[in-house]
Design a protein around this ligand. Sequence first.
Ligand SMILES: Nc1ncnc2c1ncn2[C@@H]1O[C@H](COP(=O)(O)OP(=O)(O)OP(=O)(O)O)[C@@H](O)[C@H]1O
Length: 117
Amino acid sequence: MSGRHEKEKGVNVQVLLRCRPFSEDEKRNCAPEVVRCREYQREVSVSQNIAGKQIDRIFTFDKVFGPTAQQKDLYDQAVVPIVNEVLEGFNCTIFAYGQTGTGKTYTMEGECKRSKV
Ligand SMILES: Nc1ncnc2c1ncn2[C@@H]1O[C@H](COP(=O)(O)OP(=O)(O)OP(=O)(O)O)[C@@H](O)[C@H]1O
């Protein structure tokens, strides 16, 4: 199991961004892609068109997970280091924050697969 990078140790709060893929509804309705992830640069660009004016903003995070990221990627890269710190005796918290429908529950709990009885 890998620990956190040396330079990340001692940093008490980290903010990670995960952008979920389009839902079937969003694809069907040709929803515009407002958020673009640049995982390697650890940034997202957000594009808005307000009154015909294109406004792009860039936001930087400690880590960015784009729409193709899997649960295991998040677990391995973001959760395992925290679990290791808990095992070393530190108190740690992970919480998900975001607009409704953006994937907080999915990220924290995974897909809910009900078995047929
Ligand atoms: N990374 C993902 N890959 C595939 N589907 C996803 C992903 N993230 C979220 N979804 C799907 O998007 C929908 C909304 O996700 P979810 O319920 O986790 O959002 P939420 O942020 O917890 O919403 P709320 O705040 O309303 O509870 C669900 O149908 C979920 O299965």
